[in-house]
Design a protein. Structure first.
Length: 368
């Protein structure tokens, strides 16, 4: 995903007598109230992540400031990188003991487990986590409260463009269907060597006996795919008909592009594989040594709250674990009903990292 740094300073609209007023229908917990004064004093917060687009970031920052009444001068910095680059930067900052970021949001259980054991994160005292903890556990997600929680998730799904030549009657609901003769020259192979989440998807499906990738990769190779890592460039290949079928993209990418170009609605299709769906939770933690600990902890609370989730889900069409949560109307058509999906978790999210080298090596045999 493309690197971007968004810094915003948005006016606070909901102030009465100097006190913050939560948005209608939402509730600020005692734990959040304890953090507000410190966050105001710190004046800014930086979150590194692979998820949030500039549009979502602008809306998130505005809502964050209004929700807590943080003042006109409060700045939110959204540092967006790919999953691997996100983890690499934070690892380097932890090692050096010099921090430019305050919190990290990414799907990387092995990293969070190892960093927590080294004492790299501050303890959270969350009033919001209880609303998501139960569902996250049932969904087989990695969490390590009070150091790391999981507010959001996505899953890789097949995406194709029916407006492209030879694609009008195409549909796919199985991995066998992703390698049929009709898609030769129309496919993409996601570069799993550069992504924790692609690699974890392969491991989870393999462990569940859902897909035998040793036999699948050679079949995909026969379709003559282009190799690409980032989901947005892949989405543009689908839209332009350069490669009209991507077996692993994100519903959020389709959603965002349809919002930009409404004529794509109905042309770009999102499917799911009957073999199963791997839900990739994105963990968040606050770095010990970061310059803005109160603001970072408050940001974690906001992302766990209904108010914060509404902003992010409306912008990115992501899944959440908050009990009873209903997605905003605009994003809802792009999200699967997870109760009807064969959800596949991981036996050991942390231990899976030991399988990365072999798993990526098997892919590389075919596509390097």
């Amino acid at each position: 995903m493309k690197k971007s740094l968004t810094t915003l300073s948005v006016s606070c609209a909901l102030l009465i007598g100097g006190a913050s007023v939560a948005m209608a229908g939402y509730h600020i917990t005692p734990q959040e109230k304890k953090l507000i004064a410190g966050a105001k004093s710190e004046g800014s917060v930086t979150l590194i992540n692979p998820l949030l687009s500039d549009r979502t970031s602008k809306r998130l920052q505005k809502a964050f400031r209004e929700y807590y009444g943080l003042g006109d001068g409060f700045k939110y910095n959204n540092l967006r990188k790919g999953t691997g680059a996100t983890v690499s930067q934070v690892r380097q900052e932890i090692k050096a003991g010099k921090f430019t970021v305050d919190a990290i949001l990414v799907s990387a259980p092995g990293f969070f487990s190892a960093a927590a054991k080294r004492g790299a994160f501050l303890k959270l005292d969350s009033g919001q986590w209880k609303h998501s903890a139960g569902v996250a556990k049932k969904a087989g997600q990695y969490t390590d409260y009070p150091y790391a929680v999981v507010p959001l998730a996505y899953a890789f799904q097949p995406v194709w463009n029916t407006a492209c030549p030879g694609m009008a009657n195409f549909t796919v609901n199985s991995y066998a269907g992703a390698t049929v003769a009709s898609v030769k020259g129309k496919t993409i192979s996601s570069d799993i060597t550069k992504s924790f989440t692609y690699t974890n998807t392969v491991i989870a499906l393999g462990e569940a006996g859902a897909v035998d990738f040793k036999s699948f990769w050679p079949k995909l190779k026969k379709t003559d795919p282009i190799v690409e890592f980032r989901t947005e460039p892949k989405m543009q290949m689908v839209i332009s008909c350069q490669r009209p079928f991507d077996m692993w993209n994100l519903a959020g990418r389709v959603y965002q592009n349809v919002k930009k170009k409404p004529d794509l609605k109905g042309k770009i299709k999102i499917g799911s594989f009957k073999e199963g769906l791997v839900l990739l939770g994105n963990q968040i933690a606050v770095l010990k040594g970061g310059k803005h600990p109160n603001a970072a902890k408050l940001l974690v609370e906001f992302l766990l709250s209904k108010a914060g989730m509404d902003v992010v889900v409306e912008g990115e069409a992501l899944y959440t674990f908050r009990e009873g949560y209903s997605a905003p109307a605009a994003a809802k058509p792009y999200l699967l009903d997870l109760s009807k999906q064969n959800l596949i978790g991981m036996k050991d999210w942390v231990g899976a990292q030991k399988k990365f080298k072999a798993t990526r090596g098997e892919w590389s045999k075919n596509f390097r």
